[in-house]
Design a protein around this ligand. Structure first.
Ligand SMILES: [Zn+2]
Ligand SMILES: [Zn+2]
Length: 368
């Protein structure tokens, strides 16, 4: 079967649209015809080379579509189901899966960096040569092949362009404030960085019933978007009076929870300085893995907890249908996250806009 996919041949180059082949499905494989796929910063990190993967590769890890075919042992989905792809499929049986830590699944950690599925093989080929999978999804293509733990059925009523967002940015952000570190009703929350993940932390905190939600960003426009998602207060992240402002809102103590979603050293430091004694900091943003990050020792005092979250404590089979239903019930904002819709062959323009910091999410829409 041949289909169109955006292929990255070399770091730093533009993606090219190629006709790929998919071979025979393995027993645990699910073939998905994509309806939509988001462009995420993590994809851009591979293009720009700060994340190293084998090439050529098909990027995209935020996809939704229809199941076209399944392997012989697949029981969780069947052809015709609408699914959202998870970028953290897991084996369910390893040391970490048995401890309910699927994000650390050992077969996932072993195979994902090599651009292959859990049996060590790629399903994608270009003129007979191997093309690699990204994050066991590769949704910047008309079709993808994922393990059944990476294809999660969701209600049919949610359109694909909105459903796909659940697979990365929404799960990561909403999950951080509801699953990884559940915020209590009435709590005070600071969210640093109002990109796609930060906005989803804000709405996660709103859904959880937080009373004070401060949206911090260096960009006034992005802070204002935070209000649309549920922020009650705005803060210029570079304001030297930031700590005083936050203490003024919280009885002199500082916020109960601080979620860092800016991916900047100064944001990591502000998070730890700002959280109240006994409070919890959740780091969601990323800097280059070789970078060192410094903290003032005194800012770590006071029984503070620091957590690193990659996927918002995701249990995709539990959480994706829940998030889809929250959208259908009008509680979760997804329409407002999409600032641009493109065709697959416009993907390089989409990443160029991301480099310029434009918009929240660009989504590729595939022909029905
Ligand atoms: Zn992502
Ligand atoms: Zn596992």
């Amino acid at each position: 079967m041949k289909f169109n996919a955006a292929v990255l041949h070399r770091t730093g180059e533009a993606l090219s649209i190629e006709r790929l082949d998919i071979g025979a499905l393995g027993p645990d494989d699910v073939l998905v015809r994509l309806g939509a796929s988001g462009l995420c910063h993590t994809d851009l990190e591979v293009i720009d080379g700060s994340l190293a993967y084998p090439m050529p590769i098909v990027l995209g890890h935020e996809g939704a579509g229809v199941v076209e075919a399944v392997g012989s042992t697949v029981t969780r989905v069947r052809p015709g189901d609408h699914v959202v792809c998870s970028w953290n499929p897991h084996c369910g049986e390893c040391f970490y899966c048995r401890r309910d830590l699927p994000i650390l699944c050992e077969p996932f950690k072993r195979h994902e960096p090599r651009g292959v599925l859990f049996d060590g093989r790629s399903r994608l080929a270009l003129d007979g040569s191997t093309v690699h999978h990204f994050s066991v999804v590769s949704s910047h293509a008309e079709y993808c092949v994922v393990p059944q733990s990476g294809a999660i059925a969701v209600p049919r009523d949610i359109p694909f362009d909105r459903a796909c967002l659940i697979g990365c940015g929404v799960m990561t952000g909403v999950g951080a404030a509801t699953r990884k570190t559940p915020v209590e009703r009435g709590a005070s929350v600071l969210v640093i960085g109002c990109g796609a993940v930060g906005l989803n932390v804000i709405q996660g905190a709103r859904i959880a019933g937080a009373e004070i939600i401060v949206a911090a960003d260096l960009d006034a426009g992005k802070r204002e978007t935070g209000r649309l998602f549920g922020a009650t207060h705005m803060l210029d992240g570079g304001d030297p009076g930031a700590i005083d402002f936050l203490r003024g809102l919280t009885g002199g103590r500082g916020p109960d929870y601080v979620f860092e979603a800016a991916g900047h050293e100064s944001a990591f430091r502000l998070a730890v300085e700002a959280v109240r004694p006994g409070g919890e900091v959740v780091f969601l943003g990323k800097v280059n893995v070789d970078r060192e990050v410094r903290f003032r020792w005194g800012s770590l005092m006071g029984e503070k907890r620091i957590v690193r979250s990659s996927y918002g404590g995701a249990r995709p089979a539990r959480d994706f249908p829940w998030l889809a239903q929250l959208y259908l019930d009008g509680e979760l904002k997804l329409d407002e996250l999409i600032t641009r819709r493109i065709r697959l062959d416009e993907i390089n323009d989409g990443f160029a806009a991301m480099r310029r910091g434009e918009g929240i999410r660009t989504v590729i829409q595939f022909d029905a």
